[in-house]
Design a protein around this ligand. Structure first.
Ligand code: SF4
Ligand code: SF4
Length: 363
């Protein structure tokens, strides 16, 4: 069994942070040769470069029938109904195709769902489907369980719901991953999983969790536990992974045996250890930085702060790393509490409060 989908949110990079094309193309070729078919992108990923990368690495190099593309309408950016068609046409052009296999409303939550209703974005998707321009319809979701149920009751005809599911968020009351899964499953939807490794957090958990999982399976990578957790859920059809190296991809593509009851129990223990030692549950998605008027490098500071809080005795090593990033970005203490970042954070992190702690610890 393997349900891996190739996520184009994070791509392999070379030194100057440009895309490592030879590696990306080799990964795409091996992914397709190994039986993978599903590629996931969005209008806003990598500031538009994700769709262009998909065109160059996949569409221009492989027969269209050999892969599926899932793309997403940035519905929250829509200001008038015609914008939907404008975005859709631009996306087809960027990807170099004339149809998408799956087309989702991107990033629904309570606020963005209201915008979707105001501009009849579900109706727009249904019209595209009727015209044969897209295959399946749906939405990616970053909100609470109650709103998810409300959306599915209002739009029972969608095919796919994309959810953030991983073993750390599963029973976290702030994320409601388990509840959202149950609701989508009850409505009979195909579930696509995003962030199964929680932005890399579960690939590099604290030593105590590593030891626990290594004892049970010495050869398994930490990431493979996370991927298997998501792949073991029955209603899940695709588990997306943003992969930076060939080794990661090969590890993710191995046959995934569903977790046993005792392995679930181990992951519960690992989850408790990780939750205790990860101060800020940031996935590094960078949705928060775009509207920050001070150009504060929020996820970079949170990554440093998480390392600092895990090993406080080594704080002196983190300070210069922080200082060098702050040379070309706003500092944590530059925050003016406008809260634009918090409105965009899918993890509901109290960014301003954490930035105050970052400033205190590292400036
Ligand atoms: S609250 Fe602070 S960090 Fe967030 S967008 Fe405003 S200035 Fe930037
Ligand atoms: S703070 Fe939130 S929005 Fe910003 S990178 Fe982290 S998870 Fe993403």
């Amino acid at each position: 069994m393997n349900k891996l989908g190739f996520g184009f949110l994070r791509l392999p990079q070379v030194g100057d942070k440009s895309i490592d094309w030879p590696l990306l193309e080799a990964m795409v070729d091996e992914f397709l040769a190994g039986g993978g078919t599903y590629f996931d992108t969005a209008y806003t990923y990598l500031d538009g470069m994700s769709e262009a990368a998909l065109k160059r690495a996949v569409v221009e190099r492989h027969p269209r029938a050999s892969f599926q593309i899932a793309d997403k309408l940035p519905g929250w950016k829509v200001k008038r109904q015609e914008d939907c068609q404008r975005y859709f046409s631009e996306q087809l052009e960027r990807c170099g195709v004339d149809s998408f296999d799956v087309y989702l409303l991107h990033w629904l939550n309570q606020t963005n769902y209201a915008i979707a209703e105001r501009f009849d974005e579900f109706g727009f998707l249904n019209r595209l489907k009727a015209e044969g321009r897209i295959g399946k319809t749906g939405f990616s979701y970053h909100g609470d369980a109650v709103t998810l149920e409300k959306i599915l009751l209002a739009h029972p005809d969608v095919d796919v719901v994309q959810l953030q599911i991983n073993y750390l968020d599963w029973d976290d009351p702030a994320m409601e991953a388990h509840k959202c899964y149950d609701i989508a499953a009850r409505f009979g939807k195909e579930i696509v999983v995003m962030e199964p490794v929680k932005g890399g957090t579960l690939a590099d958990p604290p030593q105590e969790a590593v030891q626990l999982l290594r004892q049970a399976a010495p050869k398994e990578s930490m990431a493979s536990w996370a991927i298997r957790f998501a792949q073991s859920l029955e209603q899940v059809s695709i588990v997306l992974s943003g992969m930076n190296t060939m080794e990661q991809m090969r590890d993710n593509m191995r046959d995934m045996v569903p977790l046993s009851r005792s392995e679930y129990a181990l992951l519960e223990q690992a989850s408790a250890i990780i939750a205790k030692s990860t101060a800020i549950p940031c996935t590094g998605c960078r949705y928060c930085v775009k509207e920050c008027p001070k150009g504060i490098a929020i996820p970079d500071y949170f990554r440093i702060y998480n390392g600092y809080s895990r090993f406080p005795a080594e704080g002196w090593k983190m300070e210069p790393v922080y200082a060098s990033i702050a040379q070309t970005n706003g500092r944590a203490s530059d925050c003016i509490h406008c809260h634009a970042c918090e409105r965009n954070c899918p993890q509901q992190i109290s960014i301003t409060q954490w930035l105050a702690k970052v400033a205190k610890a590292l400036e």
